[in-house]
Design a protein around this ligand. Structure first.
Ligand code: ADP
Ligand code: MG
Length: 248
């Protein structure tokens, strides 16, 4: 069933909070280099699903496999390894306020991955240049705009060399004029063949970046389609209704 290019597999995933079902029988196979965009109404389980993918959330039933190996949240020792291999960027950037931008980026590769400091620094600088923030490297997070901080958060994820990147509404808290600069970075990552699973409400962007759209409603995958198909001719009435709430 899986082919050699599958990086992430989700099989019959179920998740409930306090007896209330949040995800029901989710199945997904992500190929290397694929960009998947999850869309759906607020509260439908998108964030919970992403959190299950990198074991931030325990699943009740079903399995998640990374490159054919089961990720098991019960096995604590493998968890940090899973999170190195599956990076995540959130709506809130959560940078350490008392560390410079460069130190924020270098922290995890040095402490968690025990990598060589000079090599990490060189890579941090290269990544900062790439997202247009080299000149801000010695500043503190409070001196940066929201869009700049979110680009730093992306760099902080990338420097861990994740095989899969999860992005959860990373532009949702940004002022409109800063959304573009962050989405442009994500587009460039997609172009270079990064595997990403993301949640966004930027529908024009979703259409441009996605290889596949997954529409979730009520904790279930209701539709799965190529972007043009999903946006031009959704198969279900629920998806059509959802899309009508956006103007793009
Ligand atoms: P989305 O990201 O699609 O808006 P979420 O995955 O955040 O949805 O939430 C799905 C449902 O699960 C919501 O009803 C939410 O209230 C509930 N939920 C999420 N996290 C928790 C939690 N830690 N404890 C209890 N309920 C939760
Ligand atoms: Mg969410």
């Amino acid at each position: 069933m899986s082919n050699k290019d599958t990086i992430l597999t989700v099989e019959h995933l179920y998740k409930a909070f306090d007896g209330t079902s949040v995800l029901e029988d989710i199945n997904l196979e992500v190929q290397k280099g694929e960009v998947i965009v999850l869309v759906g109404p607020s509260g439908c389980g998108k964030s919970t699903f992403l959190r299950c993918l990198n074991a931030l959330e325990e699943t009740d039933e079903g399995r998640v496999l990374l490159d054919g190996e089961v990720i098991n949240p019960a096995e604590g020792k493998s968890l940090s390894h899973v999170r190195e291999r599956i990076g995540m960027v959130f709506q809130s950037y959560d940078l350490f306020p008392h560390k410079t931008i460069l130190d924020n980026i270098m922290l995890a590769p040095l402490k968690v991955q025990k990598r060589d400091k000079e090599g990490v620094k060189a890579e941090a600088i290269e990544l900062l240049e790439r997202v247009g923030l080299f000149s801000h490297k010695d500043k503190y997070p409070r001196q940066l705009s929201g869009g700049q901080k979110q680009r730093v958060a992306i760099v902080r994820a990338l420097i861990m060399h994740p095989e899969v990147l999860l992005l959860d509404e990373i532009t949702a808290a940004l002022d409109p004029e800063m959304v573009r600069e962050v989405l442009d970075v994500v587009l460039s990552l997609a172009k270079e063949g990064r595997t990403m699973v993301m949640v966004t409400h930027e529908m024009a962007f979703a259409r441009a970046v996605a290889d596949r759209i997954i529409f979730i409603d009520g904790g279930k995958v209701v539709e799965e389609a190529a972007p043009d198909e999903f946006f031009d001719a959704p198969r279900t009435e629920r998806a059509a209704r959802f899309l009508k709430t956006f103007s793009f």
